[in-house]
Design a protein around this ligand. Structure first.
Ligand SMILES: Nc1ncnc2c1ncn2[C@@H]1O[C@H](COP(=O)(O)OP(=O)(O)OP(=O)(O)O)[C@@H](O)[C@H]1O
Ligand SMILES: [Mg+2]
Length: 342
């Protein structure tokens, strides 16, 4: 079986186009993992390279890693600061909230693409990777975290501070814990966005490595205010592979770019359906569209989650996705850990 050292040795044969030796020596390649099944993954920083040079380097790295005996597939996650805040919007490394090292927003242009499912399972996967994790469900209009985590009732308040609930090793707070689940919420935009900021700032999170924020769908007032006030360290954009969702995903990437929030990458959800009876894989929403779109936009592609029963049933049972189906979330979490610097 191929091991990490073999992959590192292969990377040492690829020269850094910007000079200074191999990409292993200059630190362009990081976060190497090799799984039991021979799938290798790593993060490649393409800062300072133009598009052609970056693509050429990616191809060279892919070829070098695939030549390693025992490696059956190689996945390279590209990162670059050009996908980060535009010039002039440099911001401090710490988050605006004391005790929280990193804030990561999970967003989508379109509703119903699996944002909450991804946010919750990304949070679980980050916790599996040893991080101390919080999950804030900022979806004012349709909070799903109470259902996904099996939380009932309102949030407790102690010493004037909201108390998150701990489930499966993560701390969670949801808009759904503020309100009566059976009543429609008629908050106006500005009220809703200030409530969100208050929830992050006034909750007793304790020390967190990362707070994952599940945003409501779209690119409206709530998302903008959140981005400007909380200044998250990065945003993960969830999209299904079909064109209509991709148009909205593009809009979300553009919005975060405008307010200087780094897009950590795109996740493609509901890609390919494997029939549990005959094993045939079909593509109800197409396949690969989000990855191609991420390439076009110059942002990393973090992973592809198939449409599968295991994801839906785990969510319905208020459990983390487990087994084989969880590996893609672990992969996405690794990408986030490396790109956001956890
Ligand atoms: N990969 C998947 N396989 C199977 N079912 C999925 C998958 N991803 C999400 N779902 C299911 O699709 C439905 C919508 O997912 P989810 O609530 O996470 O979407 P959302 O983008 O957060 O929606 P909203 O825009 O309403 O907030 C849920 O029932 C969820 O269990
Ligand atoms: Mg949701």
């Amino acid at each position: 079986m191929a091991v990490k050292d073999d992959v590192m040795a292969a990377l040492a044969t690829v020269a850094d186009p910007a000079g200074g030796g191999s990409i292993a020596a200059t630190g362009r390649a990081a976060g190497v993992v090799v799984k039991q099944d021979g799938h290798a993954g790593l993060v490649l920083a393409v800062d300072g390279l133009d598009r052609t040079a970056a693509e050429r380097l990616q191809a060279a790295v892919e070829a070098a890693v695939q030549r390693v005996p025992g490696v059956s597939a190689a996945r390279i996650i590209l990162t670059a600061d050009r996908a980060a805040a535009p010039a002039g919007s440099a911001r401090p490394k710490e988050t605006t909230v004391p005790g929280i090292r990193k804030l990561v927003a999970v967003a989508s242009g379109k509703g119903g693409v699996g944002k909450s499912t991804v946010a919750a399972n990304l949070a679980f996967a980050l916790a599996r990777a040893g991080q101390t994790v919080g999950l804030l469900d900022a979806d004012i209009y349709g909070p799903s975290v109470p259902t996904l985590l099996g939380i009932e009732g309102r949030a407790r308040v102690e010493n004037d501070r909201l108390q998150p609930e701990t489930r499966h090793g993560i701390k969670a707070l949801s808009m759904g814990m503020m309100t009566d689940p059976n009543k429609a919420i008629v908050w106006r935009g500005p009220m809703a966005s200030s409530a969100l900021v208050q929830m992050v700032e006034q909750c007793d999170w304790g020390a967190l490595d990362v707070l994952v924020i599940d945003l409501p769908p779209g690119t409206g007032d709530v998302q903008l205010t959140m981005a400007q006030k909380l200044k998250p360290d990065g945003a993960v954009i969830v999209s299904t592979p079909q064109d209509l969702a991709l148009i909205d995903a593009r809009r979300a990437v553009a919005m975060f770019g405008e307010v200087g929030v780094r897009v950590l990458g795109v996740v493609e959800n509901m890609a390919g359906y494997c029939c549990p009876n005959c094993g045939h894989v079909s593509d109800p929403f197409g396949h690969g569209g989000a990855e191609a779109e991420a390439r076009t936009m110059g942002v990393p592609f973090l992973g592809r989650i198939p449409l599968q029963m295991a994801v839906r049933t785990a969510s319905e049972e208020a459990q983390p996705v487990s087994g084989e189906a969880a590996t893609v979330f672990d992969e996405i979490a690794r990408g986030v850990i490396v790109t956001v610097g956890l």
